[in-house]
Design a protein around this ligand. Structure first.
Ligand SMILES: [Zn+2]
Length: 349
């Protein structure tokens, strides 16, 4: 079967791979659609970041070259022995997170985690084998394309929880890439009255408006801090940092009110220079988030299924597996108006 396989930095190959046999407790998923993630792009542009290239990963037991893709949904083709709750024909979204499972889910991920599609073979292919516990049933109201968006939207839902955002809060979202757009959506769904989105790309800002942003600011043209302070004299209740660079990190604190929260959602590829007195002097609290708990993943499906979170607007292109390098990774590298690109595998609804 054809797969997009990561060999090294700027070396992603679409090639034939052996179909794997099912292990105990696994289900074989016929992949319908799979999204390209910012972390996939990191692996392509500057990897290995997470990909286990030197030795086998602890949790997956696998090593590069690996099939990428961790945001995917499909139809169950086959179930292994000991599979109890999933049957052939079920439509499922994959939670790609693998953990040791020794702790409560609130702490579990901080005890070490691996990702299906980064630390082990993933979904940019015809069939993906995953543990039963990682396959979540999709309601009839959700398409497999929606299913491929659950993972990035779950990141945003977890971010809103970690930031303790409440009904009536005012919010700023720095960065309108896929996760930033999903954060706008999640903040609105969670009761934010004002959501200001900031980015350098007009196209992405337009998308942010579609997702529910009440104001958009192009940080390339205007001073983001002054502009937000004009809207909210005391600052916003919650600022989400979803850009991952030094200027937005500092600005996100600067626009937050005393006792408000700045939440780091992005992955910082590089260290920054920063003086913690910026917190001491402002009374802003800072928190961070990574991925999502199993509960949050299920809640995200429930919220998407009921229509409370409508995420399809973050998709900017749909492409074929054969075109994944040029129209997928290269497009995301070079064209900052792109947000979420979905790869069509079986193409089933
Ligand atoms: Zn992702």
């Amino acid at each position: 079967m054809k797969a997009a396989v990561w060999y090294g930095k700027r070396d992603l190959r679409v090639e034939e791979r052996e179909e794997k046999s099912l292990k105990n407790g696994e289900v074989k998923v016929r992949v319908g659609w799979a999204g390209i993630c910012g972390s996939d792009l990191h692996e392509y542009e500057e990897g290995p970041v997470f990909m286990p290239s030197e030795e086998k990963d602890d949790l997956t037991g696998e090593q590069t070259p690996l099939t990428m893709g961790h945001e995917f949904a499909g139809v169950v083709e086959e179930v292994g022995s000991d599979v109890k709750n999933i049957k052939v024909g079920d439509r499922v979204a994959i939670n790609p997170t693998l953990t040791h499972g020794n702790k409560h889910e609130r702490e579990d991920i901080y005890d070490g985690f691996s990702f299906i599609g980064l630390h082990g073979d993933g979904g940019f292919t015809k069939y993906a084998n995953v543990p039963e516990a990682n396959a979540y049933l999709l309601p009839e109201s959700m398409t497999l394309q929606d299913g491929a968006l659950v993972e990035p939207v779950a990141v945003a839902v977890q971010a809103v929880k970690e930031a303790d955002m409440k009904f009536g809060d005012t919010v700023a979202v720095f960065g309108a890439g896929p996760i930033g757009l999903a954060t706008v959506l999640a903040a609105k769904a969670a009761g934010a009255t004002r959501v200001v989105a900031l980015d350098l790309s007009e196209k992405r800002l337009e998308k942010a408006k579609e997702m529910g942003a009440t104001e958009i600011i192009n940080s390339g043209n205007t001073d983001p801090v002054a502009t937000i302070r004009e809207l909210e004299k005391d600052g916003v209740d919650v600022a989400f940092e979803v850009a991952g660079v030094e200027p937005t990190f500092k600005q996100a604190i600067d626009v937050t009110k005393a006792r408000g929260t700045m939440a780091i959602v992005s992955i910082f590829a590089k260290s920054i220079e920063w003086n913690p007195m910026q917190l001491t002097g402002s009374g802003v609290k800072m928190t961070s988030t990574i991925a999502y708990s199993p509960t949050t993943f299920q809640q995200t499906i429930d919220l998407m299924g009921s229509g409370q979170l409508q995420a399809r607007g973050i998709v900017t292109d749909e492409i074929q597996l054969d075109d994944i390098v040029e129209k997928g990774f290269e497009a995301l590298s070079n064209d900052k108006s792109q947000a979420k690109i979905l790869v069509e595998l079986s193409g089933e609804k």
